[in-house]
Design a binder for this molecule. Sequence first.
Ligand code: HEM
Length: 462
Amino acid sequence: MKPSMIKSLQSVIRRASSSLNSSRQHFIRPYSLESSPNCKFTVLGAGAGAGAAVGIGQTRALVMKLNPNHATGYSSHLSRLMCSSAVSSNAGLKMLVTAGPRAQKLVGIWIFGCSIWVFSMVVLGGITRLTRSGLSMTDWKFTGTLPPLSEDQWLIEFDKYKQSPEYKRVNKGMSLEDFKFIYWMEYAHRMWGRGLGIVFAIPFSYFIHKGYITLRLGLRLSAIFALGAGQGLIGWWMVKSGLEEPVSEYVQPRVSPYRLAAHLTSAFVIYCGLLWTGLSVVMPEPPGVTKAWIHGAAKVQRFALPLSLLVGITAVSGAFVAGNDAGRAFNTFPKMGDTWIPDDIFSMEPFIRNFFENTSTVQLDHRILATASLLSITGLWWASKKWDLHPAVRSIVSSTMGMAALQVTVGISTLLAYVPVSLGSAHQAGALTLLTLVILLNHTVRRPSSSMLKSLRSVATA
Ligand code: HEM
C-alpha cells in the first residue's frame, strides 16, 4: 500500500472514530455503505401509524440492518466507520430533541399519539356530520359543559333544539331518544377535542420542564397548539351558520360550506403539522446513505411537493362536496347524469361562486382533481421505477399510489351508494391516510444535512 494511501486511510479512521463518539451523543446508529444488496429493510404500516412506524426509535422502523456474516475484517469495519462518519457528523444537522435517545423516543411517541388523536377526531367529526348530529347542541363554551344529567335537563336541551331551523324543517316530531343520540354524537366530538388539548398540553409542559424540548420544537408545537385552540372556535363559527334561518323556506338548514371547508382544512393542517414534526423529531436525517440514493431522492422530491399540493387541493375540494351535499347529486360515474359535463356549471353569479357553491361544478371539480391526483401519483411511480432509490422511498411511492387508487375507488362507491355513513367516513379516513403518505414521502426525500453530504463526499474521495 502506498504511504499516501495509508495516510489517507488513517485520517479517515481518525475522523470516523471521533464521529462515532459524537454519534453516541446524537443517537444516530451507523449505516453501511455496502448495505444495498445485503440489507433487511422494513417499513411498518401505512396510515397514521406509518409516521409513527417510521419514526419511533429513529432508524428502528426504517432500519438498515447490516448482515453480520457479510462484514469481513478490516474493510468492512472501515466502511462501517466511514459510514457512521457520514451519518453521524452533526454540524448542520438540526435536532429537535437533544436530551438523549429516551427523550427523543418519548417526545416522538407523544407527538405521533397526538396526530393519531387528530386523525380519529376528523373521522368522528365526519360521522357527526353524516349522521346529521352536528347541530344538536345550540350553545358552546370554550371550557365545555357537563351533558344533561337528569330527564329535566334533557328536556331543557331538547326544547332549545326545537327552536332551531333544523328541528323545524328536517326533524319535526323527533323523539327524545333520537335527540339524545345526535346530542351524544356532537358532545363526544367536542369533548374528544378538549381531551386532545389536555393530552397535548400536559406532556408538553412536562417535557419543557425536563428540558427535552428545544426552542425550535417549542415554537413549532406552540403554533400547532394555537391552531388547535382556534379549531374549536372555527367549529363553533361553523355550527352557528347552521343554526341561522335559511334564506328561503325551501332550503334545508346546513352549515356554510366555506366554514365547513375552513374547519376541515384547519384539521388537515394540524394533522400534517404534527406528523411532520414527529417525523423530524425521530428522523432528523433522511435515509440517504449512498450518493446514488440521494440523487434518486432529489428526483422524487421535485415531483413530491407539487403532487402533495394537488392531493391537498383535492381534499379541500372534497370538503366543498360535503359542505354543499353535492355527493347526493349526480350519483353516476363516469358521466354526471346523462352528460359528461352538466349544463349549469356556470349558472351562478358572480362566476367564482360556481366553484364553491354550485353543486354540479363542485362535484365536477372534485372528480377532475381526484383523477389528476391519481394520474400524477401513478406517473411518479412509473417514472421512479427506473431511478436508483432507497428501498424506503420506493416503498412509500408504491404505497402512495396504492392508497390513491383505493381512495378513488372508495370515492366512486360513496357517490354511487348516495353517501352512506360507512363509506362517507371511510372516504374521509382515506383522504387522511393519503395525506399521511405524501407527508411521509416528502419527509423521506428531504435533502440531507450539509454535514452528511460533506462526509459522503470525503468518503468518496478518500
Ligand atoms: C385523490 C382522491 C380523493 C381525495 C383525496 C378525496 C377527498 C375527499 C374529502 C377530504 C372529502 C370530504 C369528506 C368529508 O368531509 O366528509 C371528500 C368528499 C367526497 N368525495 Fe372525495 N376524494 C377523492 C376522490 C373522490 C372521487 C374519485 C369521488 C367520486 C367521483 C369522490 C367523491 C366524494 C363524495 C361524494 C364526497 C362527499 C361525501 C360526503 O358528503 O361526506 N371523491 N373527498
